[in-house]
Design a protein around this ligand. Structure first.
Ligand code: SF4
Length: 220
């Protein structure tokens, strides 16, 4: 443990227990730590409430909150969790405690400081998000086989862009690939048809928590 770690603070939007819904761990019970703040403004963002609201907590307080849930799976999300440098220390502490740690990041921040045991779920922002220019492409060189790249697809143009990136960068040989349709914008059935027609080696995922609890649900 790093000296003084217990005094390092993170701004936390919410900590809650739910089913993991946006990765190959989808469907598993998971503790979520949502950190406050984001440097992007995706057009279809569904967590704008995480841009500002939250309270400061020490790493020890966060670890205590996570321990209350009977699970070994923890996701650090946001907002953009990697904007807060203390998030890297939180991830390390959780890994040392034996948790499987997923970090969901919007793809604009350097992931090189993450613990090697971490499962990175890295968004690559399609043009429909308005945030493609923020992608830190060198992150792709750091991906491990257990990591996952996620494309949130709003329309056919997004799909073709994502397909091109996968092929040009050889992503299918490096990590898992997730395709998620923008909720209530692109029907999942249409995206499924495109994937099958192209034999694209990607996993279609539907935001499970929205199907279960509705588009505006939070903290479940
Ligand atoms: S990166 Fe995530 S939290 Fe930030 S604006 Fe985009 S969807 Fe919202």
């Amino acid at each position: 443990m790093t000296a003084g770690a217990e005094r390092q603070l993170l701004r936390v939007n919410e900590i809650f227990f739910s089913l993991q819904g946006e990765s190959t761990y989808s469907g598993l019970p998971c503790a979520f730590v949502r950190l406050t703040g984001c440097d992007q403004r995706c057009r279809w963002c569904d967590t704008e409430y995480a841009f500002h609201a939250g309270e400061e907590m020490s790493i020890e307080e966060i670890l205590e909150a996570v321990k209350k849930y009977d699970t070994r799976l923890v996701e650090i999300t946001g907002g953009e969790p990697l904007l807060q440098r203390e998030a890297f220390l939180l991830v390390r502490r959780l890994s040392e405690m034996g948790y499987r740690v997923l970090v969901e990041t919007g793809g604009s921040q350097d992931i090189s400081g993450l613990d090697k045991e971490t499962v990175v779920v890295l968004d690559l922002k399609c043009p429909g998000s308005g945030m493609t220019g923020r992608i830190l492409w060198r992150n792709l060189d750091l991906l491990k086989p257990d990591d996952q790249v996620k494309f949130v697809v709003a329309d056919r143009a997004d799909y073709e862009w994502a397909r091109g990136v996968i092929r040009e960068r050889g992503l299918a040989d490096r990590c898992g690939i997730l395709f998620s349709p923008v909720f209530e914008e692109l029907p999942a059935k249409i995206l499924a048809g495109w994937i099958l027609k192209d034999h694209l080696p990607v996993r279609l995922q539907i935001q499970l928590h929205k199907l279960l609890w509705g588009a505006d649900a939070r903290g479940v």
